[in-house]
Design a protein around this ligand. Structure first.
Ligand code: FAD
Length: 323
C-alpha cells in the first residue's frame, strides 16, 4: 500500500481521496478551517447558515448526473425547488435548470466522500520538495511530512507557486485566469416575496439566493447570499479586505434596488472575497499525473467553471493513476 497526500477538501480533492482510499493510505490537508473549499458553508448557528461559494449543482454529463442521482437517493443531496427568477433574459435558462443542493449545506458531497479519510484542517502546505523518491512537505506551522505520492487540487495561481518546477507539461506555463467573486451574506427582516433566487442582468450584482428557501432550517428572518458579477469583483478584489464595508454596502443597495424588496435594516452581514472563483476557458487536458515523480493535479479549472468540472478532473486523474 502506498501513501498519498491529497491537498484540498473541495470536490476535486474529496473525489480523488475517496477513490484512492479504496486501495491506498490517504491523508488529506486543507488550509481552511473546515471542509468543502469553494463549496463551503458559512454557519451562523447550528443548522443555520449560507452557501457562500457553490450555490447549486446543475449536472450536465451523463456520468455526473448518475453520481448526483445516487447521492439524492442516499439523501445526501436534494432538489432545490421554488421560484427562481431570471431577470437576465438573455440566458433564459428558466425551464431546463435542475438545481441540486446539499441537504445541510453544499459541502455535503465533500463531507460524504471524506467521512472515512484522515483530514487535517488549518494545515496550509507551504513548500514541497522531492528527495530520494519521496515528497517532503512543509506546512505553515512548520510541520514536516513525507509521502510517496502527492495530489494537489489548489486554484491555478496557488498551484504554480507551490510546484511549477516539478510539472513537466506545458499547461503550467499557460495563463489560466481565474475570475474573482465578492459574496455578501445578509440577514434581514422577513419579506412576503416568495422568491428563492434571482439572476440579475446587472454590472455589479450577479445573483442572490434566499437561504431559507432551501428548507434546511426554519427562521423568522430572511437570509440572503448576494454574489457579485465577476467583472465587478475582478476590479475590486485586491482591495476588498480594506473596503469590505463599502463593497458590501454597494451590493446590498443593488439587491434592494433590483429586486424591489422594501429596504430594511441589515441585521447581519458578512463579506467574503473569492480571489480565485472560476476559470471559464478549459485546458486541453483534464488532469495531470506524473508517474515517475508520483505527482498529480486535478481541479475544476482544467475543465470549466463549475463543481462538475472538479469531479470530472478527479475521475480523469484516478484513471491515469490506475494505468
Ligand atoms: C462564489 C462562487 C459561486 C459558485 N457557484 C457555483 C454554482 O452555483 N455551481 C457550481 O457548480 N459551481 C459554482 N462555483 C464553482 C465551484 O465552487 C468550483 O468549481 C468547485 O468548488 C471547485 O472545486 P475544487 O475542489 O476544484 O477547488 P476548491 O473547492 O477551491 O478546493 C481547493 C481546496 O484546496 C485548499 N488549498 C489551496 N491551497 C492550499 C494549500 N497550499 N494548502 C492546503 N490547502 C490548500 C483550499 O482551501 C480549498 O479547500 C462557484 C464558485 C464560487 C467561488
Amino acid at each position: 500500500m502506498s501513501s498519498f497526500c491529497v491537498v484540498g477538501s473541495g470536490i476535486s480533492g474529496a473525489t480523488i481521496a475517496n477513490l484512492l482510499s479504496k486501495r491506498h493510505l490517504v491523508d488529506l490537508f486543507d488550509k481552511a478551517k473546515s471542509i468543502g473549499g469553494r463549496s463551503s458553508f458559512k454557519r451562523l448557528d447550528k443548522a443555520i447558515g449560507f452557501d457562500h461559494g457553490t450555490q447549486y449543482i446543475s449536472p450536465k454529463s451523463p456520468a455526473f448526473k448518475k453520481f448526483i442521482k445516487g447521492l439524492i437517493r442516499k439523501k445526501i443531496l436534494k432538489n432545490w425547488n421554488g421560484k427562481h427568477l431570471f431577470l437576465n433574459q438573455a440566458k433564459n435558462e428558466k425551464k431546463k435548470h435542475t438545481k441540486v443542493i446539499g441537504r445541510k449545506g453544499n459541502n455535503d458531497i465533500s463531507k460524504y466522500l471524506l467521512k472515512n479519510i484522515n483530514c487535517y484542517f488549518q494545515s496550509e502546505l507551504k513548500k514541497i520538495d522531492y528527495k530520494q523518491k519521496k515528497w517532503n512537505l512543509t506546512f505553515a506551522d512548520g510541520q514536516k511530512k513525507i509521502y510517496e505520492k502527492v495530489i494537489l487540487t489548489c486554484p491555478f495561481p496557488q498551484l504554480t507557486k507551490l510546484c511549477k518546477k516539478f510539472i513537466k507539461n506545458s499547461f503550467i506555463n499557460k495563463k489560466v485566469k481565474m475570475d474573482a467573486n465578492i459574496t455578501v451574506m445578509i440577514v434581514i427582516k422577513k419579506t412576503n416575496k416568495n422568491i428563492s433566487s434571482y439572476f440579475f442582468n446587472d454590472k455589479i450584482l450577479g445573483w442572490a439566493a434566499k437561504e431559507n428557501s432551501k428548507n434546511r432550517f426554519k427562521s423568522n428572518l430572511d437570509l440572503w447570499t448576494l454574489q457579485s458579477t465577476y467583472k465587478w469583483a475582478n476590479k475590486k478584489i485586491n482591495k476588498n479586505k480594506e473596503s469590505k464595508d463599502l463593497n458590501s454596502k454597494v451590493l446590498i443597495e443593488q439587491f434592494f434596488k433590483l429586486t424591489g424588496i422594501k429596504k430594511t435594516k441589515t441585521l447581519f452581514s458578512f463579506n467574503h472575497g473569492w480571489k480565485y472563483s472560476s476559470n471559464s476557458k478549459p485546458l486541453n487536458i483534464k488532469s495531470y499525473w506524473d508517474s515517475s515523480l508520483n505527482l498529480g493535479v486535478c481541479a475544476d479549472w482544467f475543465v470549466g467553471p463549475r463543481l462538475e468540472a472538479g469531479w470530472i478532473s478527479a475521475i480523469d486523474l484516478f484513471k491515469k493513476i490506475k494505468k
